[in-house]
Design a binder for this molecule. Structure first.
Ligand SMILES: CC(C)(COP(=O)(O)OP(=O)(O)OC[C@H]1O[C@@H](n2cnc3c(N)ncnc32)[C@H](O)[C@@H]1OP(=O)(O)O)[C@@H](O)C(=O)NCCC(=O)NCCS
Length: 179
């Protein structure tokens, strides 16, 4: 378990899969992700088997939050993790989603990102952590800025969704600028 401010990250269990499937099939949640086809439990079970085969550092983690604050109950709300590691350059990309929409805009996403950065720099010994965010997802971009990510550039019209092309913003944090 990795603990942050009213958030914690734990290993994904098989029992979590139906929640993941429900969230990934929610158009509002998956709009910010690169999931555009309806998603089955069978596909998610296959993904789970593959996730278990990865080295522990590279596995997706389950996000739990404490909506009532310290001492309150922990609620499972989404997933996050590192991928595309380059151990020579010591860099990785990061991804996150909170599937329980009622907990959006309460700072939990920012707390999770800060926790992932701390884990990435202090435990995994990474030097550069990056992400991609769609330009039509200002909530996510703002949350990443608050966590310390800096805009590095834009991949123009790199995504097609809802009948239009959307730019994709590249953001990163270097160890030297991370506090
Ligand atoms: C993206 C996500 C992880 C952010 O987590 P969160 O807990 O909702 O975000 P936070 O509350 O930490 O921060 C959101 C910030 O965006 C701001 N915001 C929300 N809607 C906004 C909008 N339309 N325009 C500009 N800013 C907006 C909020 O006001 C807040 O900033 P503030 O604290 O300065 O007021 C979460 O919303 C999510 O999982 N969304 C669905 C999946 C997704 O898009 N994942 C990201 C893929 S790159």
């Amino acid at each position: 378990m990795i603990y942050g401010k009213n958030v914690r990250l734990r290993a994904v269990e098989k029992e979590d899969l139906p929640n993941f499937v429900a969230w990934l099939n929610d158009p509002e949640v998956r709009r910010g992700l690169s999931v555009h086809i309806p998603f089955s439990l069978t596909a998610e079970e296959k993904w789970f088997e593959e996730n278990e085969k990865k080295s522990p550092n590279e596995r997706t983690l389950a996000i739990e939050i404490q909506p009532e604050g310290q001492g309150g109950e922990w609620v499972f709300v989404g997933g996050c993790g590192f991928f595309d590691f380059d151990w020579q350059v010591r860099q990785a990309e990061i991804g996150i989603y909170i599937g329980e929409k009622k907990y959006w805009n309460q700072g939990f996403g920012t707390h999770v990102m800060r926790l992932l950065l701390k884990h990435g720099f202090e435990t995994l010994n990474l030097n550069r952590i990056s992400l991609r965010v769609h330009e039509d997802n200002p909530r996510a971009a703002r949350s990443y800025e608050k966590a310390g990510f800096i805009k590095e550039g834009v991949l123009r019209q790199a995504r097609f969704y809802g009948g239009e092309y959307i730019d994709v913003r590249l953001m990163s944090v270097l160890r030297s600028e991370w506090k």
